[in-house]
Design a protein around this ligand. Structure first.
Ligand code: FES
Length: 109
């Protein structure tokens, strides 16, 4: 198990920390925990961009490089893309990501 931290867009709200199974996507972990803020309308098929998260700078370099398809889909997020933007369905959680911290967008629509 590893721990991930999801910060709501509103910085006055506390981050939610989840203990999750490695090998699962960040999106699936958040959905399984009924965490608000990640919609994942396509269920991880990389066709909706409603699983947008912003990865903090210190973790960004530890993530696998994004695919061209993910890069293209980030043009369709509701919140403007930022340097740390990723689609959480494409982030597979591994030991190396224990402690991962991401911020949720204000809205996914
Ligand atoms: S869940 Fe649809 S693109 Fe990630």
């Amino acid at each position: 198990m590893i721990t991930i931290h999801l910060q709501p867009h509103d910085p006055t709200q506390a981050a939610r920390s989840l203990q999750v199974q490695e090998g699962q996507s960040l999106m699936q972990s958040a959905v399984d925990a009924n965490l608000p803020g990640i919609q994942a309308d396509c269920g991880g098929l990389l066709t909706c961009a409603t699983c947008h998260v912003v990865v903090s700078a210190e973790w960004l370099a530890k993530l696998p490089a994004m695919s061209g398809d993910e890069d293209s889909m980030l043009a369709f997020t509701a919140q403007v893309r930022e340097p740390g933007s990723r689609l959480s369905c494409q982030i597979v959680l591994t030991d190396a990501l224990d402690g991962l911290r991401v911020t949720l967008p204000e809205s996914q629509y």
